[in-house]
Design a protein around this ligand. Sequence first.
Ligand code: FES
Ligand code: FES
Length: 144
Amino acid sequence: NNLDALYRQVIMDHYKNPRNRGEIMNDALTINMNNPSCGDKIQLHMKVDNGVVSDAKFTGEGCSISLSSASMMTEAVRGKSVEEALELSGIFSDMVQGEDYDDEKYELGDIEALQGVTKFPARIKCATLAWKAMEKGLDPENVD
Ligand code: FES
Ligand code: FES
């Protein structure tokens, strides 16, 4: 249907024109995350200042779903507090697993384009790869 087609366009746009692809030079956290089902790996680079994610970029290789999701995720978490970013990750995870998700607390924007992965369970891990990296990086033990 039309919504599926729109979502597919949004995903392909992020895949072909990734936002925030690259490294962060100074004092960034780098988190490596791989998808065991396919072997693809991404690296997430983040800066956290005073409890706020001030920058987030990614490098690495993966499929269109994983890379577009990384692009969307880095956009979504920039400027958010650690708490908000983690909460958003929980909402995203609910969404891609086909559970009820809170679409009111945060402006979800392009992220919602990935809800179609619920129809392709093997791709859910692709969609959550970058988000898991973000969760790992924002674990209180890793953040000063
Ligand atoms: Fe098969 Fe991602 S692991 S599509
Ligand atoms: Fe490897 Fe999607 S197939 S991350």
